[in-house]
Design a protein around this ligand. Structure first.
Ligand SMILES: Nc1ncnc2c1ncn2[C@@H]1O[C@H](COP(=O)(O)OP(=O)(O)O)[C@@H](O)[C@H]1O
Ligand SMILES: [Mg+2]
Length: 366
């Protein structure tokens, strides 16, 4: 989607991915097959490029730092990526910079956390998160009962966090260019799929009071400036039942909660990222029409070459924008694409979103 946004600006994008037939390849000017976790691959890839950016934070940052030292423009800064990709460092950064987050403590491993619970230093319920390599809820365990301590705990260095009493989860995508200009997209509301731990429906604008919207936008700006990120920064927040806004985590890249901007905002998050990293004027972030975004996920029980059922029925519905990512195979809950569903009011968009959900089925051809 970043490559697609680059085309009308006449930017030539090149990608580093682990397969020549990856979803972005048809839209990129060139594809290099390699491992973005590998120092040599990232260094070799960046050597003849002008501006280097990332779409996933788990990239080899030593290589990015070396490219920066060679005089390449690298956004977001490797130093910020190092903080963000370790949830322990990220939480510590918030604590040190006065950014409100749930109280937490770092632990060596699950045993150390178990000991802390046994000794009464921590109480259930709590949330355990692996410090690195978690995504889409995979590195997060909510521990409620003593049994969970044997069945649910995650291995490796971790963060323990107090369980927030969440009213709604929202995300605000901020963007900053090297001039220090900052914009924010309207706050979006995230509704989660109960089983898959993935965002199921995203609602823009979020159905929260204008006062909370203003607070959330100010908080997102504070975080992007503190982390000194150029490019996009999606700031995930909890609005607690007692009305407090708490930063959960950030993502320094285009984010699931901004996909609707392609079809329903003046500037898409992808174009905004390109404007930011190229130090261009940032675009208007206004939402033109209320919208919801739904992930297109692989059906449970289906694994193999992908087949889409119900596309005709789906595309007959006015206000629906279909985005398929071109992945060759499906598996249960795999993100295969997304839908933006737009309407004249946010209530109508949510209603239509629920109607549209399940019309398209991602199954296996076998
Ligand atoms: N401290 C917390 N209290 C309550 N729920 C939480 C807490 N931390 C995370 N969650 C829930 O788990 C989800 C995933 O956690 P998150 O830290 O965002 O991990 P991921 O990297 O998988 O997105 C959150 O969106 C939220 O629903
Ligand atoms: Mg998250």
């Amino acid at each position: 989607m970043l490559c697609i946004a680059a085309a009308p600006l006449d930017f030539k994008t090149y990608i580093l991915e682990n397969a020549a037939d990856c979803p972005a390849a048809p839209y990129a000017f060139g594809t290099t097959v390699g491992n973005f976790n590998n120092y040599d691959d990232v260094l070799a890839f960046g050597q003849d490029k002008d501006i280097i950016t990332i779409e996933i934070e788990h990239v080899n940052t030593d290589a990015l730092r070396a490219l920066e030292q060679m005089g390449k423009v690298v956004h977001p800064a490797p130093a910020a990526l190092d903080i963000i990709k370790d949830k322990g460092l990220q939480k510590t950064f918030y604590a040190e910079n006065g950014i409100v987050t749930m109280p937490f403590e770092l632990f060596e491993d699950a045993d150390a956390l178990r000991a802390a619970i046994r000794e009464g230093r921590w109480e259930l319920p709590l949330v355990q998160k692996t410090r690195t390599a978690g995504y889409d809820g995979k590195g997060v365990a909510v521990l409620r009962t003593p049994e969970d301590l044997t069945t649910k705990m995650l291995e490796g260095p971790c963060v323990a966090e107090q369980l927030a009493d969440i009213d709604v989860e929202i995300a605000v995508i901020a963007a900053q260019n090297p001039n220090g200009d900052v914009t924010v997209f309207p706050a979006v509301e995230m509704a989660f799929h109960p089983e898959a731990n993935l965002v199921e429906m995203l609602v823009c604008p979020a159905r929260i009071s204008p006062m909370v919207v203003a607070q959330a936008e100010a908080l997102a700006e504070e975080v992007i400036r503190a982390l000194n990120v150029c490019g996009l920064l999606a700031v995930e927040m909890f609005l607690t039942k007692d009305g407090r806004l708490v930063v959960n985590e950030v993502a320094p890249r285009p984010h699931n909660s901004g996909h609707h901007t392609i079809d329903t905002a003046v500037t898409s998050q992808f174009q905004q990222h390109l404007r930011a990293i190229c130090n261009l004027p940032l675009g208007d972030t206004a939402q033109v029409r209320p919208a919801v975004m739904l992930n297109v996920l692989g059906e449970p029980g289906h694994k193999g070459p992908v087949l889409y059922e119900g596309a005709d029925e789906l595309m007959a519905i006015s206000g629906v924008y279909l985005h398929l990512y071109g992945k060759a195979t499906t598996s249960p809950f795999r993100k295969m694409g997304h839908l933006t569903v737009a309407a004249n009011t946010v209530e109508a968009a949510v209603g239509l979103g629920h109607k549209v959900k399940g019309v398209l089925r991602v199954v296996s051809a076998e």
